[in-house]
Ligand binder design. Structure first.
Ligand SMILES: Nc1nc2c(ncn2[C@@H]2O[C@H](COP(=O)(O)OP(=O)(O)OP(=O)(O)O)[C@@H](O)[C@H]2O)c(=O)[nH]1
Ligand SMILES: [Zn+2]
Length: 188
């Protein structure tokens, strides 16, 4: 809850309720500004973190083959409309120099990068670049599949669309076979 000005959020939510023609003093809405304040503290908790900090657990294990954690569910907030986009991230890397990280740390990395006003492309690139920075791996491949509520419930009104973004670094960039293989494993 740190770093979030609860008083300011509550005043702002009250103003939004008034602006849309609601009565913020009716019984059902009395606690809403406080609830939204707590909600924002949670969904924007990554904003004051450096996602790379999630990768501080490093094991000395000489495994120079693919590591892939698939189907990491995440919820993020579209920075244009402040409504959710959500889906799954698939994170792969090929370690080198006997530097591997804890598997859960890959999911924590996605969480940290997602919990802020975000773009899907930036989320994808941030996950890939954090791994490059912290582990100096031979290669990194990240794929994110998401549905954007701003496309589903308003605007173009197209529920059910899926947006896929990728970020590849190192060996996956240079070797099209490796890249095709890892993308196939991610989509299986
Ligand atoms: N590239 C990218 N675009 C996104 C993402 N999230 C939302 N958008 C898009 O951001 C765009 C914002 O477009 P604007 O024309 O400024 O806003 P708008 O009038 O609300 O646009 P519509 O959604 O088309 O109604 C829309 O096309 C959204 O689909 C994202 O993660 N990446
Ligand atoms: Zn949006």
């Amino acid at each position: 809850m740190a770093h979030v000005d609860q008083e300011k959020i509550q005043a702002a939510v009250r103003m939004i309720l008034e602006a849309v023609g609601e009565n913020p003093d009716r019984e059902g809405l009395l606690e809403t500004p406080a609830r939204v304040g707590r909600l924002y503290a949670e969904v924007f908790a990554g904003l004051h973190q450096d996602p790379r900090e999630q990768l501080q657990t490093i094991f000395n294990e000489d495994h120079n083959e693919l590591v892939l954690v698939k189907d990491i569910t995440f919820y993020s907030m579209c920075e244009h409309h402040l409504v959710p986009f959500f889906g799954k991230a698939h994170v792969a890397y090929i370690p080198q120099g006997a530097k591997i990280t804890g598997l859960s740390k890959l999911a924590r990395l996605v969480e940290s990068a997602a919990r802020r006003p975000q773009l899907q492309e930036r989320l994808t690139a941030t996950v890939a670049d954090s791994l490059v920075d912290q582990l100096d791996p031979l290669g990194v491949a990240v794929m994110v599949e998401a549905e954007h509520m701003c496309m589903a419930m308003r605007g173009v009104n197209k529920p059910g669309t899926k947006t896929l973004t990728t970020a590849v670094r190192g060996a996956f960039l240079e070797d099209s076979h490796r890249r095709a293989e890892v993308f196939q494993m991610m989509r299986q």
